[in-house]
Each structure stands twice: as C-alpha cells, then as structure tokens.
Write a protein of this length. Structure first.
Length: 128
C-alpha cells in the first residue's frame, strides 16, 4: 500500500490521517500538529480541500485511502516530496530543541532567568 515520495492519507470517519514521514510533511506545509507518540497528523474532512490544494500547488503526489482502496490520487513531481520531507525533518528537530529549552526555562527560578536574560542581552554566554 505504501509508496515512496507520495503522501498517503487515510480516511477514518470524518477525519483524515497521515503517518510517519507523511505526517511530518503535512506538519511542515500546513502547520498541523504532529503527534510524536502516534507519529501522525490528523485533520477533519472539512479541511481536505485545503490539504489537496496545498499538495497540488507544491506538486507533491498523494493518494487518499478509504477502506484500503485508493479513492483519490494526484501525481506530482517525485523530488518535491523528498525536498519537503528534508525541510520538515530539519524544522521538526529545531522545534524539539526549542521545546526542550522551554521546559528548562520553566524550571528556572526568577533569579536564574534574570541572569540568562542579562547574558543574552549582553552577548555573553558564560555564567557569572
């Protein structure tokens, strides 16, 4: 069922899901939340036209499955999927780093935060 360089969308009830790399690409292109533990992105069927339009604008191939049968497909440019995936992986790694830093900041005391801000504002990154 899975083809390389092609987004696979699976319809389940009133929602569509994309898994693994496909989910990362949709996260990058449309900003849908990538759920790490499920390795997926989901969106309501009311957003399908938006997703379809974006994928076609980017010339990224896609297939839509309902009950394991392809019901809609679009043939894009093969390298566009690879390029979008590469960008998505890079940006997702940056997002993860930012989230780790946010968690660390949440654990800092007011004094520690003031010190960090002073260092950043002064361009100094060493501890006083």
């Amino acid at each position: 069922m899975r083809k390389n360089n092609c987004i696979s969308l699976y319809k389940a009830g009133k929602f569509y899901n994309a898994f693994g790399d496909d989910g990362l690409v949709l996260h990058e292109l449309l900003g849908y939340r990538y759920i790490e533990h499920r390795q997926s992105v989901g969106f309501p069927e009311s957003a399908f036209l938006k997703v379809k339009t974006k994928l076609e604008e980017e010339r990224i191939s896609y297939e839509v499955y309902e009950k394991n049968e392809i019901v809609v497909s679009f043939k894009g440019i093969q390298k566009n999927y690879a390029n979008a995936l590469k960008k998505a992986v890079k940006n997702t790694a940056i997002e993860e780093r930012i989230n780790r830093i946010k968690t660390m900041i949440d654990a800092c005391s007011t004094e520690e935060l003031e010190m960090i801000l002073r260092c950043l504002e002064d361009g100094k990154f060493k501890q006083e």
